[in-house]
Design a protein around this ligand. Structure first.
Ligand SMILES: CCCc1ccc(-c2ccc(S(=O)(=O)CCO)cc2)cc1[C@H]1C[C@H]1c1ccccn1
Length: 240
C-alpha cells in the first residue's frame, strides 16, 4: 500500500491512542474524576495545567443500542455531516485529502467569552481495527484526530488562537443474535464507545471559564452526536 507523508506519525499515534483508550479509567492510574453521568454515559477528566493553561485530559465511556462502531466512526469522520452535530463549530473545511480515510481539517469554533476565538488544524484518520483471533464479534473501529501544520494555514495569524488537540473515538460493536435464528436487526446490536480528548487552548484562557465550558459542552456533544447517528441510521441497513 502506498504510504503517504503522514503515515508513520498517524500509524504510531493511532496505536498509542487506541491502547490508551482501551485502558479503563481504573488502570490509567488514579487521578480520573467522574464529572458527568447520564444513563450509560460516564465522563471523566484529570485536572492538568501546562504553563498555567488548562489541558484537562478527558475520557468518556458510553454504551448505545442500535448502531455499530463503523457507523459511529463514519459519521464522526465524514465532513458532510459535521455541522449537523458539532454545535461549537463556526467554520469547517477540508484542507487536504490525503487518502479516503485520511483528511486534514481546519475548524474555527464559536468564541468563548472572555477568551479569544479558537481555531484548530488537524489530521483525521479512520481505521478498522481487526480483532485478534480469540476476540469474536465485529471488528473495532476508530477515528483519531491530531493537530498538525500546513503551510497554507499558519497558526495565530488572524483573530483566532490555534489550539492543539488529540482526540480518539474508539468503538466496539456487540451483536446478540436473536434466539430464533432470525436475521440480525438493530435491536440486536450495541456499541461500546470510548472518547478521549486532550485540548490545549494554545493561549491563556481563564481556567474557571474553560472548565465550565468543558463541563457543559462535552456531555452535550457526546449525547447529541450519538443521538444524531441513531437518527441517521435507523431506517438504513446495518453497516458492520
Ligand atoms: C478553548 C477551546 C475551545 C474548543 C476548541 C476545539 C474543541 C474541539 C475540537 C475538535 C473536537 S473533535 O472531537 O475532534 C470533533 C471535530 O470537531 C472536539 C472539540 C473544543 C473546544 C471547547 C469548546 C469546547 C468544546 C468541548 C466539547 C465539544 C465541543 N467544544
Amino acid at each position: 500500500v502506498a504510504q503517504h507523508r503522514l503515515w508513520k506519525e498517524i500509524d504510531h499515534l493511532v496505536k498509542q491512542e487506541v491502547s490508551m483508550a482501551r485502558l479503563g479509567v481504573g488502570e490509567c492510574g488514579t487521578g480520573w474524576q467522574l464529572f458527568a453521568e447520564d444513563g450509560e454515559m460516564k465522563m471523566y477528566r484529570r485536572e492538568e495545567e501546562i504553563d498555567g493553561m488548562v489541558v484537562d485530559p478527558l475520557k468518556a465511556v458510553h454504551v448505545v443500542k442500535g448502531i455499530t462502531g463503523h457507523e459511529l466512526c463514519h459519521y464522526f469522520f465524514s465532513p458532510q455531516y459535521r455541522y449537523d452535530w458539532e454545535t461549537t463549530l463556526e467554520t469547517m473545511q477540508v484542507v487536504e485529502t490525503i487518502a479516503d480515510d485520511t483528511l486534514i481539517f481546519q475548524q474555527t469554533h464559536k468564541r468563548i467569552w472572555p477568551a479569544s476565538q479558537r481555531d484548530c488544524l488537524f489530521w483525521s484518520h479512520l481505521r478498522r481495527l481487526p480483532n485478534d483471533q480469540d476476540t469474536e464479534g465485529p471488528d473495532m473501529w476508530t477515528v483519531v484526530n491530531h493537530s498538525t501544520e500546513h503551510t497554507d494555514y499558519p497558526a495565530n495569524t488572524g483573530k483566532c488562537v490555534r489550539i492543539f488537540l488529540t482526540v480518539c473515538l474508539l468503538c466496539q460493536t456487540q451483536v446478540d443474535p436473536p434466539k430464533d435464528g432470525a436475521p440480525i436487526s438493530r435491536d440486536n446490536i450495541t456499541c461500546k464507545i470510548t472518547y478521549c480528548s486532550v485540548v490545549n487552548p494554545g493561549g491563556w484562557a481563564p481556567a474557571s471559564v474553560l472548565r465550565a465550558v468543558y463541563k457543559r459542552e462535552y456531555p452535550k456533544f457526546l449525547k447529541r452526536f450519538t443521538s444524531y447517528v441513531i437518527n441517521q441510521t435507523k431506517n438504513k441497513s446495518i453497516m458492520f
